[in-house]
Design a protein around this ligand. Structure first.
Ligand code: NDP
Ligand code: GDR
Length: 375
């Protein structure tokens, strides 16, 4: 384990002859994904393995297992064995990132690792800046320093950059106005990506992705928190769901659709930045209603502000507002315009809002039933 490799493959470096051996004579492309254990990392890894890539992932050391989202890939589908390798590393540690880049020499780097929770960034602003802003710089600087002039770089930029919105809908030319330590850190990462492209000719792109969700979404983001709680309320194992700002509006898509765009962005002749969004907007309250309807829970909202509650058909309060979930500065509304991606990448989202909510709700109901049967 001296090299930090944590999968079954002994040597992390995949050289040309190894690549040809793996692919039975054809040269395969190599991708490096930071944040591979997260929602997007899992979908992207599966997508790239399906395209025949050798996929390397950066995983940080944790005291408990953190690979639940990718364990099925580590076990190796037929034909994918040995094409999936994990390395220990951390976005706050240049030496690990440089070493991994040096040994893997990837064709494509997808920088998805981040302290990605907006509310948490107010509590851990310095760490968020270190991992989200400086982390991107560390990777770009390593690419430059190692002379990896064929390596293409994707930066996970975000609609949070628009924050206090200056124009609706938001597109690539809309001015940024970040509203959290997370968004400010991502602003640095956005501009350092542009800067290394312009200064050093690195093929580097920003995907400005609006919110995207899935059954793999972290449990503390609002959509998953809602589907998970309502599934348990349906089964009678939870009484109430406490939320913050029910009026916040977001443009919610499916993570599976969005990772395909990350890849498409790196296949163009010239590197550019793209907004990725559905162009549809719903409030947190709308999401609760849609998930409740999926579960055949009849919910009615009444009251205002801190007194607003959602009652079921028996008049029981199942949703209430808890100011602990308010943020010091809120992003009230986001709505994206992905016209450029549609025209230049031929990209359109496949999954509708209703399909997304249904998939997440079904998955959480199945999980709640499993938990129940375990007692
Ligand atoms: P997740 O929070 O699900 O995953 C984040 C990943 O980053 C995890 O693998 C996490 O590891 C890893 N990570 C966090 N800190 C570090 C660190 N210091 N060193 C190494 N790895 C670290 O996020 P998503 O998959 O949802 O998002 C992927 C990226 O896209 C993030 O950068 C996010 O900010 C950005 N983004 C997400 C959007 C969304 O709606 N999902 C929209 C726009 C941008 P661990 O599993 O150990 O916690
Ligand atoms: P966001 O996602 O901040 O947009 O960042 P999140 O799901 O956390 O919040 C969306 C909106 O819902 C409101 N809200 C609540 N949020 C949470 N987490 N928990 C609650 O109980 C709650 N109640 C209401 C929030 O105030 C907010 O307005 C996500 C992350 O994935 C980022 O990494 C990414 O960059 C952006 O999406 C695009």
């Amino acid at each position: 384990l001296a090299t930090g490799v944590v999968s079954r493959q002994r040597d992390a470096s995949v050289r040309t002859d190894d690549r040809q051996a793996i692919s039975g004579g054809h040269s395969v492309k190599t991708a490096l994904i930071t944040g591979i254990t997260g929602q997007d990392g899992a979908y992207l890894a599966e997508f790239l393995l399906g395209k025949g890539y050798a996929v390397h992932g950066v995983k940080r050391r944790t005291s408990l297992f953190n690979t639940a989202r990718i364990d099925h890939l580590l076990e190796g589908a037929p034909g994918q064995e040995d094409r999936f390798v994990l390395h220990h590393g951390d976005m706050t540690d240049s030496s690990s990132l440089t070493h991994i880049l040096q040994t893997t020499r990837p064709d494509e780097v997808y920088n998805l690792a981040a302290q990605s929770h907006v509310a948490v960034s107010f509590e851990e602003p310095e760490y968020t800046a270190n991992s989200d802003a400086m982390g991107a710089l560390r990777l770009l600087e390593a690419i430059r320093f190692l002379g990896l002039d064929k390596t293409r770089f994707y930066q996970a930029s975000t609609s949070e950059l628009y924050g206090l919105v200056q124009e609706t809908p938001q597109r690539e030319t809309t001015p940024f106005y970040p509203r959290s330590p997370y968004a400010v850190a991502k602003l640095y990462a956005y501009w350092i990506t542009v800067n290394y492209r312009e200064a050093y000719g690195i093929y580097a792109c920003n995907g400005i992705l609006f919110n995207h969700e899935s059954p793999l979404r972290g449990e503390t983001f609002v959509t998953r928190k809602i589907t998970r709680a309502l599934a348990r309320i349906k089964l009678g194992t939870q009484d109430e769901l406490k939320l913050g700002n029910l009026d916040a509006k977001r443009d919610w898509g499916h993570a599976r659709d969005y990772v395909e765009m990350m890849w498409l962005m790196l296949q163009q002749d010239t590197p550019e930045d793209f907004v990725i969004a559905t162009g549809q907007q719903y409030s947190v309250r709308d999401f609760v209603k849609a998930a409740a309807a999926e579960l055949d829970i009849d919910i009615t909202f009444e009251g205002e502000g801190l007194d607003e509650v959602g009652r079921d058909r028996d008049g029981r309060v199942i949703v209430s507002v808890d100011p602990r979930y308010f943020r010091p500065a809120e992003v009230e509304t986001l709505l994206g315009d992905a016209t450029k991606a549609r025209e230049k990448l031929g990209w359109t989202p496949r999954t509708s809002f209703a399909e997304l909510v249904a998939e997440m709700t079904r998955s959480d109901l199945a999980e709640a039933r499993r938990d129940n049967s375990r007692g």
